[in-house]
Design a protein around this ligand. Sequence first.
Ligand code: 5AD
Ligand code: SF4
Length: 467
Amino acid sequence: MNYPDLKKARLRTDNDVNVKEVKYDFDAIFKGKKYFLKTYGCQMNMHDSEEIRKYLEVLGFTETNQLELSDLVVLNTCAIRENAHDKVFGYLGRCKHLKREKKDLILALGGCMAQEEGVVSEIKEKHPYVDIVFGTHNISSLPQMILEHKEKEQNIEVYSIEGDVYENIKYSRDSKISAWVNIMYGCDKFCTYCIVPYTRGKQRSRALDCIVEEIEGLKKEGYLEVTLLGQNVNAYGKDLKEGYDFKDLLERVAKTGISRIRFVTSHPWDFTDEMIDVIAKYENIMPYIHLPLQSGSDRILKLMGRRYNKEAYLTLFNKIKKKIPNVSITTDIIVGFPNETEEDFMETLDVVHTCKFDSAFTFIYSPREGTPASHILDNVSLNVKEERLQRLNEVVNRYSLENNKRLENKIVKVLVLDENIKDKNKVYGYTETMKLININGGKESIGKIIDVKIVEAKSFSLDGEVI
Ligand code: 5AD
Ligand code: SF4
């Protein structure tokens, strides 16, 4: 495939003006039309959806949360595990039915799955009713593809080489209080089980000044919180020749004075002492770190290509706990990596008992086509894997509850985000340590940081009252 003229592609659709310079009259075509956008997967995908939403709104579409009412369906997909994949194909079935009734419905599939090996040909062969397929590097082409969709049977744009980094992207953000900010794209780590380096390409960091400028702009707009996003934020800047790194970025962002700064995801390999010092030094950098462990067994960690061992993880964990007061640390753990033995699994449990994580996302290993681990012949049955997951979850949940119980009757600072969907007499927000908290109280606290007394702690959330 020829390397596309990406600069032009971005310019063509970068903002309202540039899109409108093309020969079409959007209002005439799309005014009154509705789009339905469904996002699968991680925060990175949700943030991509905020870019997609902006483009669709520039074209004149308005959003609906009812699939049946839509004229355009966009599925922004995830490929991290097989079940994410299955869910999307399941949903495509529903869209196919709808398309039978609504002939003009435009159906677009984008995101990580589109970049996955074999998926484009599968869609071509088995799902010809999908009108548009766009990859993670082709989001900015979506408006043009929608405009041109009638000219081609199936409009497919998926680059096999990662895209450039573009600045000044416009977003239609989900929240007016808390914003995601990309600091980098892709990942160079190539953990042997992981599809991300293939679906998102190699690491590309954004320019530090541009990130800071974006955050200053958000602060001016009234945002109280930013979450810096990257697959591996601690490696920020390593691909640039400028010589700055994540600690420099964090420090500059802290100095903007925005109330709350968060970042995900960290990788133990690139986490330096200087980064811990900066996090500890600034009050507006939140004491919360998501630090994926994946496994506690040195043998499995090596097979996973994680480049740290159990001891190094624990040393880092203890350093963070010691230097950052009241820090909460969460993690990701995979069980059932090919040929994981009971001893390997016990090593993982041992780390969980030592670290007593505030919470953990736990997964059964899922082979992903094209990754090195998918070629390893596996002798562990699914039953054993499921049983390990269950045992792990019991321990993880016990420590989550214990950690949360320790907060009962304490007063914490909460950024209130919105009404509780189920109970309109409550609002919800997050503590500095990223714990979800439901609060008895009215809408007037939304968009504010308030003091809340914790009255009851559960495994996955806290209940509090305004004081
Ligand atoms: N199987 C199971 N879990 C996976 N993850 C990534 N790839 C896989 C896979 N093939 C998990 C890791 C990662 C999280 C986002 O998803 O724990 O940290
Ligand atoms: Fe995947 Fe590893 Fe990169 Fe995380 S660090 S995105 S697990 S390859």
